[in-house]
Design a protein around this ligand. Structure first.
Ligand SMILES: [Zn+2]
Length: 127
């Protein structure tokens, strides 16, 4: 499942490098939440959720109550996988910006479905 998500990311990046460049021009987060969302209202990549174990010997996280969840936006930029922490109160806005971006740049998963159909057709032709 994790591998699948990573594949989706790499594909989306290949087609949206122009947008990545725009995103890079936006000032990095300086405590102002508005900086998370560019003026275009579009964000590439995907929103991921993580829980963490801190490593302290007697922490609740070792007994099934991990810290978090923490949210990140993850995207490809110049061939590198990047990620940015998303404060919990910004998760909704970031999710919306990502959804808008996906409307303009459909995710690879849709294309992959088409590819699968074509492959199956090709296999039939080959017998
Ligand atoms: Zn802990």
């Amino acid at each position: 499942m994790k591998g699948l998500v990573a594949n989706v990311d790499s594909g989306a990046a290949a087609r949206s490098s122009a947008d990545d460049r725009k995103v890079r021009a936006v000032p990095r987060q300086r405590g102002k939440s508005d900086d998370l969302i560019p003026k275009s209202g579009l964000l590439c990549g995907s929103l991921i959720r993580e829980v963490k174990q801190c490593g302290k010997p007697r922490c609740r996280c070792l007994t099934g109550q991990p810290h978090g969840p923490y949210w990140y936006r993850r995207w490809r930029e110049g061939g590198r996988l990047r990620r940015q922490y998303v404060p919990r109160d910004q998760v909704g806005r970031v999710r919306t910006a990502i959804a808008r971006h996906r409307e303009l740049y459909p995710p690879l998963s849709r294309l992959r479905g088409t590819l699968r159909e074509l492959e199956s057709l090709a296999n039939n032709l080959e017998g």
